[in-house]
Design a binder for this molecule. Structure first.
Ligand SMILES: [Ca+2]
Ligand SMILES: [Ca+2]
Ligand SMILES: [Ca+2]
Length: 301
């Protein structure tokens, strides 16, 4: 009985020894793994810390750019950051439109082993001052007869008899190639930036036209300064109940001196309004109450 017990104990001891050897092997392997994990963890902390600094520099740079006047936002070549000399920053600006820019900021740095790393952030920046601008318009109606006179317009003075525009007193033109020159415009003392200028004619027709045209062109100081334009939508104004203003945009290149300035309206500017037949006369009578310029400009809200 005793010997059997010893035998069993001996067998148990032998099993434990194998177990211990295996356990030491497993533990050893595990310790190597854990030490590697610690080492990688330290490296990751360094990488993460550098990336965190880079992200903070990106954020700081973007905040600084957002504080700039819109027009001064520009690209900046890659250069070291003064208070973080291990990092470099590059700014790339792209104009999306006149009042919208894309800004891309890149931070560069090197890992401890010399590996290059970078991080980028992009944003769109709008011109806040432009967004608070509102378009207004100033219409200046003819108040005088032009230097070059008129042919064929009945009661022509009714086309320039009111500084405030339409007053239900009409000039009449019925025969092709009859024209009138209208003058006496004013800037109204405006000084804002002009964004658009149109000729406007307040009129109606007694019947639809087929292909005849009401054409306008401009004269300044007695000389022609614009191309000749045809008002396109005259048949919208058939019948006195449909009287209204029709507009034609005048490009800057056709302005006196090549650009629209408020002083142009205070100068010797005339509208030549000419009713022209095309092929045979359409026999349409046109009534004109007022003619002038509508200048659109932008001003702060
Ligand atoms: Ca001008
Ligand atoms: Ca015709
Ligand atoms: Ca009138």
């Amino acid at each position: 009985m005793k010997s059997l017990k010893l035998k069993v104990q001996s067998k148990n001891s032998a099993f434990s020894l194998i177990e211990v050897v295996v356990a030491i092997f497993i533990l050893g392997t595990a310790l190597v793994g854990i030490s590697q994990m610690f080492r990688l963890g330290v490296i990751n902390d360094e990488v993460n810390e550098k990336r965190l600094v880079a992200l903070n520099l990106l954020q700081r740079t973007m905040e600084t750019i957002r504080g700039y006047d819109f027009n001064t936002i520009a690209s900046e070549t890659r250069a070291a950051v003064s208070d973080f000399p291990d990092y470099e920053i590059e700014i790339t600006k792209t104009d999306i439109s006149g009042n919208l820019k894309k800004v891309l900021v890149t931070t560069y740095w090197q890992s401890d082993t010399g590996q290059p790393a970078s991080q980028q952030v992009a944003t769109l920046i709008a011109n806040a001052s432009a967004m608070s601008q509102i378009a207004y318009s100033h219409t200046t109606w003819a108040t005088a007869f032009g230097d070059s006179g008129q042919t064929g317009w009945l009661n022509h003075e009714n086309a320039y008899d009111s500084a405030s525009g339409p007053n239900d007193a009409w000039a009449t033109v019925t025969v092709a190639d009859y024209r009138a020159f209208l003058a006496g415009f004013t800037s109204g003392g405006h000084t804002e930036a002009i964004t658009k200028v149109e000729v406007c004619v307040y009129l109606y027709l007694d019947s639809p036209i087929v292909d005849d045209e009401l054409r306008v062109l401009l004269k300044f100081n007695g000389s022609t300064c614009s191309a000749e334009y045809s008002l396109a939508n005259l048949n919208d104004f058939v019948g006195s109940d449909n009287s209204g203003a029709t507009y034609v945009t005048l490009p800057d290149t056709d302005a006196p001196g090549g650009t629209w300035d408020w002083s142009d309206f205070d100068g010797d500017l005339e509208i030549k309004a000419e009713f022209c037949d095309v092929a045979t006369s359409d026999g349409v009578t046109c009534y004109v109450d007022a003619a002038g310029f509508r200048a659109t400009y932008e001003a702060a809200e």
